[in-house]
Every structure is written in structure tokens, then in C-alpha cells.
Design a protein around this ligand. Structure first.
Ligand code: UD1
Ligand code: CA
Length: 463
């Protein structure tokens, strides 16, 4: 890598007209992260490897404050481009934050999948040269074409709308990623003219200027076309998501995960895994997720910001959000774990059970049709079908405490704040409003009575 200081400019001011939306294009998400977030992460990864680098400059304009707000906690500098007059004008908007030393790497905010290792190849070119990351596309429509002379030397870039039929046949394109000697930048930007089909100041015109000034120009091919895909419309957004999905599934498979169908696994965040993890089809993993050794995730589950312990099973159609699931636990099918759920080892939470801000102790079971909210449930507790913690009195939330080894009969309502003692038994159908003592049966339902010889009413005969 070159020793000259690296400066990075990210272009993100464009309107994104082809998205047909009021959302600024660079705020659209791929893999759960805004396009610009991907590019900023790549820029930071690259800057980490280079000494004494200033944070990247993001050129913003369209959707201005929304973009700044979305990245308020990311280290970067901002340059405002009030009117979008083209990519050359966008770099000019950042110019007063750049020094004349080293090289300026220009990245597009709408090219999210570019990897730092690919950009490192660009940085390997001689320090005083201009380098362009290029790609060879089967369908180059819409991209600027790389024009080379008979000897293969780059002569310039011609945009789609300015290209002759002959130039349009060229398949090597500009990925929008240029590395420019900082000492030349000011001069070259000042000489840009908007005498083209779009009436814009094209950054790409600096290439012809470099050739004219005798500055060496290198076209560095990207390893894959998918990596340099630019997003201009919703179809390209979906293609990019598919590529991201493919990459993430591949990464997990390389880590030893059995992925039943990589095309039907969506990873939208940071996922770490132990050994022998198995993921069935239709699964979405979001945010920060850890799947421990031997975890099995059944079909059509969503796991978000959660830790799943070793040997745990998540059965189909479960939604796990902000939860910790203990080793050997079993969740679902059709379970919903909401934020603040903590299941200790060997807990079973079955179908149509919702748990929120609650801890279930080792071996506790709630297998059917329950709501456990704001609850502390002891070890080996059995929560019968249909049990509800009535945690909300209409104004405030209250806690339910259930001691170890308690047995809650089916269809009980535990009206919080309430405590069920250790080893207590609650008779089915009870509404518990006071403390239920340890090791005793508490039952609040009406006593059963039978009326011998009682007859059901008969239908009146139709006159
Ligand atoms: C640009 C390149 C083209 C390349 C393609 C790769 C130019 C003239 N063309 O075309 O050679 O093949 O990218 O994806 O550079 N932007 C601003 N301010 C502006 C205009 C654009 O910040 O005034 C930003 C956009 O937000 C976007 C990037 O620059 O992030 C590229 O702009 P876009 O309009 O998408 O350029 P393309 O037509 O794709
Ligand atoms: Ca583009």
C-alpha cells in the first residue's frame, strides 16, 4: 500500500430520482444497513490501515439533514452540495476539507458492496498516478465506459448518454471509484466543463485531463461485477440484496454452518456462530446474533439481537427479539420472545407463548398459549396452558414472581404485583391476586356443583 496519506470522499448528494421516493437513496438499506453505512464502514476499514488519516468527507445534499442524522454517531466530515451539478461538482464541494498531499479516493454512496481488499488493490498503484476501479459487465448499460487506445492504455471515460454506438459496445465500465493525486485535484476540478448530454460537471472527465497532462492512468479491474454494483433503482436494490444474502450465507457455510438453502437465508447484521449450527429455510437473522454450538434454527424463524445457547432448538415460525436463550432450551414452534427475555438452560417455551422482560429459571416450562411479561419464574416451574401474567393495570406495569418448583394450573391469571411461593400449586382457572404460599394449593375458582336431573331448555314448537 502507498505511504502517501489517504483522503476519502464519499459522494451521497444525488437525488436518486430513479428510486421514485422521498427517501434519500443512500438511506435505503441492504442487509439491514443503509447504503451509505456500508460505504462508510469500508472507508473506515481502509483508513484504519493507513497512518494519520482524517475521517472521510461525505458530500450530502438531497435529503440533507436526514442523512446527517442517520450517521450522527459515525466519525466523518460533512460537505454540503446545495445543487447537484454532477459528480465533479460534488468532489469540489469537499475540496476545502482536503489537503494537497497524498491521494484522494472517491467512493460513491450508492455502491455498497465494495470490499476494502478490492480498494487496497487500487492503492497499490504508483502514488503519482490516477487509478480507476473498473469492471467488465455483460450489460454495461447506464455506466460510464472505459475508453482505451490500441495499446490498452486508458484514454478517458465516456458516459452512457455521451457515448457513440461504438463506445456503447465497450463492456469495461467505471465503477465510480477513482483514486486521484491530491496535488492535481484542484486544478482538474477547476477545468471541468458541463458540455455534455446531462449538462453536468463529470468527475470522470479528470481522466482525460490526466492523460493530457501526462499523468499515468491505471484501470484496475474489480474481481467481480457483483461487488461494484451501483444502485439506481429498486430492481438494482433487490439484486444487491441478493448478492449480500449470497455473501453472508457463504460466510456462514465457510464457518461450518449447515444452511439448508443459502438463497433463503437473510443475514442483516453481525452473526457469530459455534460449531455444528444448522439453519433451515426462510430464516432472517438481524442485528447482533450469536448461535452457539449445535443450535438448530427451524424454518421461517426471525432472530434479532439475541444469543442462543449451545444445543438450543428454535422450532419453526418463532420470533426471537432481544432475548437470551439458554443452553439446551427449546423455543417454539410459533413462540414470540420479546426484548428482555432470559431463558435459562433447558427451558421449554412452546407454541403461542409470548415472553417479555422475563426470566425463566433452569428447566422451567411454558409449553402452550401463555403470556409471561415482567416476570421472574423459578427453576422447574410448570406454567400451564393459557396462563397469563396480568402485568398491566391500565396505568403501570407490575412484576410477577414465581418460586422454584411451582405448578401453575392451566388458564390461570396471575394479577401482578403478585408472588407465588416455592413449590406452590395453583389450581387451574384461578385468578390470583394475593401472595400464594409455598408448598400449598391455592385455588380461586368457584367450587364445582352439580344439579341432578337438571334439563336443558327445549325449543318451542313452531306454530
Ligand atoms: C457515475 C459515473 C459513471 C459510473 C457510475 C458507477 C460520473 C459522471 N459517472 O454515474 O461513470 O459508471 O457512477 O456507478 O461520475 N452525486 C453527488 N452529487 C451530484 C451527482 C451525483 O453527490 O451532483 C453522487 C450520487 O449521490 C451517487 C454518486 O455521486 O452516490 C454517483 O452519481 P449517479 O448520478 O448515480 O451517477 P451515475 O449516473 O451512476
Ligand atoms: Ca449511480
Amino acid at each position: 500500500m502507498s505511504a502517501a496519506p489517504l483522503q476519502i470522499v464519499i459522494l451521497a448528494a444525488g437525488q436518486g430520482t430513479r428510486m421514485r421516493s422521498s427517501l434519500p437513496k443512500v438511506l435505503y438499506a441492504v442487509g439491514g444497513r443503509p447504503l451509505l453505512g456500508h460505504v462508510l464502514a469500508t472507508a473506515h476499514a481502509l483508513l484504519r490501515d493507513t497512518a494519520a488519516a482524517e475521517p472521510p468527507v461525505v458530500v450530502y445534499g438531497h435529503g440533507g439533514e436526514a442523512i446527517r442524522a442517520a450517521f450522527a454517531d459515525v466519525e466523518c466530515r460533512w460537505a454540503h452540495q446545495a445543487i447537484q451539478r454532477g459528480t465533479g461538482d460534488a468532489v469540489a464541494a469537499a475540496a476545502d476539507q482536503l489537503t494537497a498531499h497524498g491521494r484522494v479516493l472517491v467512493l460513491c454512496g450508492d455502491v455498497p458492496l465494495l470490499r476494502p481488499q478490492t480498494l487496497a488493490r487500487l492503492l497499490d498503484t504508483p502514488p503519482d498516478s490516477l487509478a480507476i476501479l473498473t469492471a467488465s459487465l455483460d450489460d454495461p448499460t447506464g455506466y460510464g465506459r472505459i475508453v482505451r487506445d490500441a495499446g490498452g492504455a486508458v484514454r478517458g471515460i465516456v458516459e452512457q448518454r455521451d457515448a457513440s454506438a461504438q463506445e456503447q459496445a465497450l463492456r469495461e465500465v467505471n465503477t465510480g471509484t477513482l483514486l486521484i493525486p491530491a496535488a492535481r485535484l484542484h486544478d482538474w476540478l477547476g477545468r471541468l466543463r458541463a458540455d455534455n448530454a446531462q449538462g453536468e460537471l463529470y468527475l470522470t472527465d479528470v481522466v482525460a485531463q490526466a492523460v493530457a497532462d501526462g499523468v499515468p492512468v491505471h484501470g484496475v479491474p474489480a474481481p467481480s461485477a457483483a461487488e461494484v454494483m451501483g444502485i439506481n433503482d429498486c430492481a438494482q436494490l433487490a439484486q444487491c440484496e441478493a448478492e449480500h444474502r449470497r455473501r453472508q450465507a457463504l460466510r456462514l457455510m465457510e464457518a461450518g454452518v449447515t444452511v439448508r438453502d443459502p438463497a433463503r437465508l437473510d443475514v442483516r447484521g453481525e452473526v457469530s456462530v459455534g460449531r455444528d449450527v444448522c439453519i433451515d429455510v426462510g430464516v432472517i437473522l438481524e442485528g447482533t446474533v450469536h448461535l452457539g454450538d449445535g443450535v438448530q434454527v427451524g424454518a421461517h424463524c426471525i432472530v434479532r439481537d439475541s444469543v442462543i445457547g449451545a444445543g438450543a432448538r428454535v422450532e419453526p415460525f418463532s420470533l426471537i427479539d432481544g432475548a437470551r436463550v439458554g443452553d439446551g432450551a427449546c423455543v417454539g414452534p410459533y413462540a414470540r420472545l420479546r426484548p428482555g427475555t432470559e431463558l435459562a438452560e433447558q427451558v421449554h417455551v412452546g407454541n403461542f407463548v409470548e415472553v417479555k422482560n422475563a426470566r425463566l429459571g433452569p428447566g422451567a416450562k411454558a409449553n402452550h398459549l401463555s403470556y409471561l411479561g415482567d416476570a421472574q419464574v423459578g427453576a422447574r416451574v410448570n406454567v400451564g396452558a393459557g396462563t397469563i401474567t396480568c402485568n398491566y393495570d391500565g396505568a403501570n406495569k407490575h412484576v410477577t414472581r414465581i418460586g422454584d418448583d411451582a405448578f401453575i394450573g392451566s388458564n390461570s391469571a396471575l394479577v401482578a404485583p403478585v408472588t407465588i411461593g416455592e413449590g406452590a400449586t395453583i389450581g387451574a382457572g384461578s385468578v390470583v391476586v394475593r401472595q400464594a404460599p409455598a408448598d400449598a394449593l391455592t385455588v380461586t375458582r368457584a367450587p364445582q356443583k352439580s344439579v341432578p336431573g337438571w334439563r336443558r331448555p327445549r325449543k318451542k314448537p313452531v306454530p
